[in-house]
Ligand binder design. Structure first.
Ligand SMILES: *[C@@H]1O[C@H](CO)[C@@H](O)[C@H](O)[C@H]1NC(C)=O
Ligand SMILES: *[C@@H]1O[C@H](CO)[C@@H](O)[C@H](O)[C@H]1NC(C)=O
Length: 355
């Protein structure tokens, strides 16, 4: 395959670079199976033929994630889904993590969920003033996947645990300060940056170009709360985190408590457990195996369908979670989500030639 063009994702060669453009502006460039399988192929091909790969989105988004409405509809009508979407997605995430040539994501706009999965594992991520980053899965009754249990607990000051539980966003230069992005470049410079990058022949040159465009961010919007986040989100349980926030007793901590309490209680408890386990796992693949088991089970759980209904279909933003409160989540049942899947269904490496 070469210079493949489809309407959902565009591939082109500019100088030494392979350029990927996510091209579903009507869906905020969210990922579908077709895009993922084309990415999977082109990444394999370009690894041996280009000096670098740049990925970006058209319009005002990088990528808003996976197509959850579609997954929910499919799973409701099918009691034993194949789950080929996540199987392929996680393989792509892992491939990007171990990519042999520089992989550079231009995060100029919304980059959420699956959008972070196809960017944060790459070697370089460029934020702009338009960047809006989040792992918002707990809003729809899921856990942060695509490697969220790998990269979130590794962010400094427990900020990743905070982002995971609240589903809150990080805007602009904030994402470069916490390390989700590696560089910060004003959006007006991106075209020029891309053109300079495309001429690079080595990692050394790429770093030199990036450093030339990078503006060191100084203003961190979470700065007044970093100590609070670091302390509170070190709590061993969700209840522990909430009682630490309660003791802080200011507007910000109260608001943070109410946000956590709006999220799916089962998903919140699962999420914290994945943060704790993921922090101890040494590689991304191990984290993805764990996430896959939980996502597989959650995607059949009524909370997911209810979350998609409330957020994406009816848009009333009033999901009726079951169980309703953190206290009602059965610990034993929660931990059973981590068990291996039956009937050989666990995440497995996909062979390139099979797609
Ligand atoms: C830093 O952020 C504050 C609050 O958002 C804002 O008022 C201020 O202008 C910013 N300073 C700079 C140098 O951007
Ligand atoms: C925070 O919430 C608690 C409990 O609802 C309330 O008693 C307290 O006054 C609030 N604190 C602030 C600073 O709003």
């Amino acid at each position: 395959m070469s210079e493949e063009v489809s309407s959902d994702v565009l591939f082109e060669t500019v100088n030494n670079a392979g350029i990927i453009t996510l091209n579903r502006p009507e869906a905020l460039n969210s990922l579908n199976y077709n895009i993922l399988s084309m990415l999977w192929s082109i990444l394999h091909e370009w690894e041996n033929t280009k000096n670098l790969v740049i990925i970006k989105g058209v319009g005002r988004s990088f990528c808003a994630g996976g197509d959850l409405k579609h997954v929910s509809e499919t799973n409701k009508s099918n009691s034993s889904p194949e789950f080929t979407f996540a199987m392929l997605e996680y393989n792509v995430n892992n491939y990007i993590k171990h990519y042999k040539i520089p992989y550079i994501a231009l995060l100029n706009g919304i980059a959420m969920g699956g959008g972070l999965g196809v960017s944060v594992h790459g070697r370089y991520r460029i934020a702009t003033e338009h960047s809006v980053l989040a792992m918002p899965e707990t809003k729809v009754g899921l856990i942060p996947d695509v490697g969220g249990s790998y990269f979130l607990p590794r962010l400094p000051y427990n900020i990743g645990v905070y982002l995971a539980l609240t589903s809150n966003t990080l805007v602009g230069a904030d994402s470069a300060i916490v390390g989700l992005a590696t560089h910060y470049v004003p959006s007006t410079k991106l075209t020029e940056l891309e053109s300079d990058l495309s001429r690079c022949t080595s990692e050394y040159e790429i770093e030199h170009v990036l450093d030339r465009y990078h503006i060191k961010p100084t203003n961190f919007s979470l700065d007044p709360h970093v100590k609070t986040i670091d302390y509170c989100f070190a709590g061993k349980t969700v209840e522990d985190i909430i009682s630490r926030l309660r003791r802080v007793d200011n507007d910000w901590s109260n608001k943070t408590i109410s946000i956590i309490q709006e999220r799916c209680p089962l998903a919140i408890k699962l999420t914290l457990e994945t943060m704790h386990r993921g922090r101890t796992y040494t590689d991304l693949w191990q984290c993805l195996i764990m996430e896959y088991r939980i996502i597989w089970r959650l995607s059949l759980n009524q909370n997911f369908h209810e979350g998609v209904r409330a957020l994406l279909i009816d848009k009333d933003k009033k999901p009726q979670w079951n169980p309703k409160t953190l206290a009602e989540v059965n610990e034993h049942e929660m931990l059973s989500f981590f068990e291996p899947l039956q009937m050989n269904r666990d995440l497995r490496p996909i062979n390139y030639s099979k797609i």
